[in-house]
Write a protein that binds this ligand. Structure first.
Ligand code: DX5
Ligand code: ZN
Length: 229
């Protein structure tokens, strides 16, 4: 089954005091899902929000697909609260739980959410071989996690290429510095789930940017499709 192109804006650099409205605008402008960056001030040197806020957002936005990007030292701790808050996809970093990744994946699935595995820039992509069967998505970070608005690391693209080559049907997500200037590299390498923060949030026309990101990816996913037939 060919993978689908999807754009999930990161709300990290949005006006968080008006998160429901900001999120609704993104969805009205074509966002396929919302990427919610959860930081604990320990795994990364920044602090955002937790499950209580996500639950409040879910109360106002009933239907959208929510991904939480868990930049936290103890991803096990937040599985049940995030499931209860209405999260659909629970993406956690493997680095702090390297020996228990499969166990954490199992718990996430048991709670009813899909599982994403996130890799920091310094983490070797081949480690996912051990866990990929337990995951629905692999997130290749294209900046050091912690802050929005950083520069895209193009040297992460070989990781995406390797994943696409080895797992043609896997959802591969990129996150960090992705926007109109860097989407081509991501799409060409094989990413199909695109997180974009500042490039979408600060755009004068969000819909245009979301459409551009999506169509850039579709160019390549459709190509892959044609080859397969
Ligand atoms: C970084 C976050 C990203 C980031 C995206 O730690 O995981 O989701 O905020 O924002 P931009 O696109 O501005 O890098
Ligand atoms: Zn993120």
């Amino acid at each position: 089954m060919p993978v689908e192109a999807k754009v999930g804006p990161s709300i990290l650099n949005a006006d968080l005091s008006d998160l429901a409205q900001e999120s609704q605008n993104l969805l009205n402008n074509g966002a396929d899902y919302l990427h919610l960056d959860v930081m604990d001030g320990h795994f990364v040197p920044n602090l955002t929000f937790g499950h209580t806020l996500v639950k409040c957002l879910r109360n106002k936005i009933k239907k959208a697909h929510f991904e939480t990007h868990m930049m936290v030292s103890r991803p096990q701790q937040w599985i049940e609260p995030m499931a209860d808050a209405g999260v659909n996809l629970y993406t956690f970093h493997i680095e702090p739980v390297m020996d228990e990744v499969n166990d954490v994946c199992r718990k996430v699935r048991e709670s009813g959410m899909k599982v994403g595995l996130a890799l920091k820039p310094g983490t070797d992509v081949t480690v996912v071989q051990k866990y990929v069967d337990s995951a629905d998505l692999i997130l290749v970070m294209t900046v050091e996690p912690g802050f929005g608005g950083q520069s895209f690391m193009s040297n992460m693209m070989p990781k995406v290429e390797w994943l696409r080559e080895n797992y043609p049907n896997l959802d591969i997500e990129v996150d960090g510095g992705v926007g109109p200037k860097t989407i081509e590299a991501c799409a060409k390498a094989g990413a199909n789930m695109i997180v974009s923060g500042t490039a979408v949030i600060q755009a004068p026309n969000q819909r245009d940017v979301i459409n551009l990101l999506k169509s850039s990816v579709q160019k390549y996913t459709n190509k892959a499709c044609t080859h397969a037939n």
